[in-house]
Each structure stands twice: as structure tokens, then as C-alpha cells.
Design a protein around this ligand. Structure first.
Ligand code: ZN
Ligand code: ZN
Length: 362
């Protein structure tokens, strides 16, 4: 059975209190069927699995017919899907829809719903299936991680001082795309000096100064959709000042502590706390304002979460990041992020580039 056929079977097995599920989240549609277009809906029940899309995807969806029924409708597929629900989900009275469904669509669903049927918001059903990765999903993520090592090696051996953040970001993007990756997981973050103290800083048309710390957070998305994610912080053109070097050592020890807590059975909130306590013990707790990490997959941010209060239980085969930071307003930012596979006894790191502070030559 193909992987998509298997996923559809697993999804149907999870329907429980509902007879059918309307899947409108395009990432979930992709996960279930392999469809990568921008206008697709899956209607799933024990009786039938149907992918609805429009004529623009007529040829692209032909191979998907081996896995489920495909209906090509006019471009406004949502209203028609609802009008033809009795046909797409035969005999189904209780029909689930995803809580992320756009409000306008939910309104039409309410107006057009067949009499006698009941609609129920169902959250996270497909997302839960996506949490644990198969060997091919992990291999695809590993492939998307390998290119990041090439990027970081180029940066370590190249020039940062005097180049603008946008120029460095563009070179990163070009390297990833020329290696055959159709997309990035997100726009590269290249943030030097005080700008690095903003965790989601956008690259500026500003030259990087000698001695500045430069936060470089990057990810590649492969052909099959799996995202990598890694951060390293470099010292541009030589050693940073000693207080910055001390903060770097602090973030690294917190990162190693967090990594050491990752294993099947660990609670997301506890893994976060293990790393956070290291930074708090140094009196810098207020300077680490975000969660420790997140799951990845077809999206760069998905479950499980590693942050304060998270009750998510890690399981073998999940992909998570461990990325503490210290952000000193007006001075510098430091973040070190590894992307790992959770295993029964610990973790396996996907991003092998050194975590020692790399000082570039120029
Ligand atoms: Zn990142
Ligand atoms: Zn991340």
C-alpha cells in the first residue's frame, strides 16, 4: 500500500465520533494525498475518500487517482463540495470540519448543509497523525539539513565584515535553491549586533561590523515538503567582547542541557525548563523570552511544543528543535539551534555543524 493510502486508512480509523471529515488545511491535504496545489479539499469517510480540486490541476492530480477518487470542479470548489456532500460522503450524518477552516467557508457550510446532518469542529486530527515521522520523512529532513551544513561552512570560510545582512541572506537562499531545493522553510534570518537581540529580525541593508555577533537562522524545504531548521551565531572578523563570549558560553551550556533532556517520554515543558534553568541561574532568565523549541515536518512549526507549560509528551520518531537564546537589548543576540530526531534513549542530531563560536577571518 502506498504511503498516502496508508495515511488515509489511519485517518479514517481516527474518525470515531464523526462519520466524515472535510479537510481544508492544505498541509493536511498534502500529507494525506500528496496534492501540492493551492485549491484542494479532501472529504474522508469509511465509504469514500475524495479529493476535490479545479481544472488547473487536472494533469497533476492524475497519479493521485490510484489512491483516492478525484473530482475536478469549477474553481469555487468549496461551495460545490458542500452541495455535493451527500455524494462525496454517502450516508454520513455527523460531519467534521477543521477548526482552521476559513470563517467564510464555515458560514457557507452552515447555510448549505443538508438537512438532518450535523457539523462538528474537529481540531488536530490530521496534525496528530503527522507528529511521528516515518523513516522516509526523517531521511527527507536529513537531506534538507545537510545543505545547511554547506551554507554554514561557506559562511565560516567567507567574509561577513562589511557585507550587508541582506547580501548574506541572499547568498544563503541562492546556495539552497541552486542545490535543488524548491523552497526555504522560512526567510533566512541574518541579524548582527544589537539587531540580533530581536529573535525574528529581518535582514537589513546594513553592513556587518567587525566584532559583531551575527545570528543566522536558516531552513530548507525539500521536494517532498519536509523542512529543516538550524541556527548558529558567528563572530564577524574576530573575537567579540568578553561579555558577549560569556553569554555565548551560557547559551551553549543551556542548549546542551536541553538536548540532554530530549528523549521519548520527556514532557515538552520539562525539557524547556531544563535549558531555561541554566540561563536563569546565570541571572539572564528575562533575556530568554521564547520557547525552547518546536516540532517540524511539512511545516517548520508544528507539534510537539517545547515551551513553558507544554504537556506534550515526546515520542520516538518526532522531529524537534532545541534553540535557547539570550537577547541583550541594544547589545547583541545569541541563539544556538539544533534539529533532532527523538529516540527511545535520547536524540540524534541532524545538524552537525560545530557549536563552538566560529570567528570568521573577515
Ligand atoms: Zn530556526
Ligand atoms: Zn526553530
Amino acid at each position: 500500500m502506498s504511503k498516502h493510502a496508508q495515511r488515509l486508512v489511519r485517518a479514517v480509523a481516527e474518525l470515531a465520533d464523526i462519520d466524515a471529515l472535510i479537510v481544508t488545511n492544505l498541509v493536511n491535504v498534502r500529507y494525506l494525498t500528496g496534492y501540492t496545489g493551492s485549491n484542494g479539499i479532501v472529504v474522508l469517510s469509511a465509504e469514500r475518500a475524495v479529493l476535490v480540486t479545479d481544472f488547473r490541476y487536472q494533469d497533476a492530480v492524475e497519479p493521485l487517482r490510484a489512491v483516492l477518487d478525484v473530482e475536478i470542479l469549477d474553481r469555487d470548489i468549496a461551495g460545490q463540495t458542500i452541495e455535493r456532500l451527500a455524494e462525496f460522503a454517502p450516508g454520513c450524518a455527523t460531519i467534521g470540519f477543521e477548526g482552521s477552516m476559513p470563517y467564510a467557508l464555515a458560514e457557507r457550510l452552515r447555510v448549505l448543509m443538508p438537512s438532518g446532518s450535523q457539523f462538528v469542529a474537529i481540531d488536530g486530527l490530521i496534525e496528530a497523525l503527522r507528529l511521528i515521522k516515518s523513516a522516509p520523512e526523517i531521511a527527507a529532513t536529513r537531506h534538507a539539513s545537510d545543505i545547511l551544513e554547506v551554507v554554514y561552512s561557506n559562511i565560516a570560510q567567507g567574509q561577513l565584515v562589511g557585507r550587508t545582512e541582506v547580501a548574506v541572506a541572499w547568498e544563503i537562499e541562492r546556495t539552497i535553491r541552486e542545490a535543488g531545493f524548491p523552497a526555504l522553510s522560512f526567510e533566512p534570518i541574518v541579524a548582527s549586533g544589537a539587531h540580533g537581540a530581536l529573535p525574528h529580525a529581518e535582514p537589513r541593508d546594513v553592513a556587518i561590523e567587525r566584532g559583531a555577533l551575527v545570528v543566522i537562522d536558516i531552513g530548507a524545504q525539500g521536494q517532498s515538503g519536509y523542512c529543516s531548521d538550524c541556527t548558529r551565531t558567528f563572530a564577524a572578523g574576530g573575537a567579540p567582547d568578553s561579555a558577549a563570549a560569556e553569554d555565548y558560553a551560557l547559551v551553549l551550556s543551556a542548549q546542551l542541557a536541553g538536548l540532554g533532556a530530549v528523549r521519548a517520554g520527556a514532557i515538552g515543558g520539562s525539557v524547556d525548563a531544563t535549558a531555561r534553568e541554566v540561563i536563569e541561574a546565570a541571572g539572564a532568565g528575562d533575556l530568554f523570552g521564547h520557547g525552547l523549541g518546536h516540532g517540524t515536518g511539512l511545516e517548520v512549526h508544528e507539534g510537539p511544543t517545547l515551551r513553558k507549560g507544554s504537556e506534550d509528551v515526546l515520542e520516538a520518531g518526532q522531529l524537534v528543535t532545541v534553540e535557547p537564546g539570550v537577547y541583550r537589548p541594544g547589545k547583541w543576540g545569541i541563539r544556538i539551534e539544533d534539529h533532532v530526531v527523538v529516540t527511545a534513549s535520547g536524540h540524534e542530531i541532524l545538524t552537525g555543524f560545530t557549536k563552538d563560536l566560529v570567528e570568521t577571518a573577515g
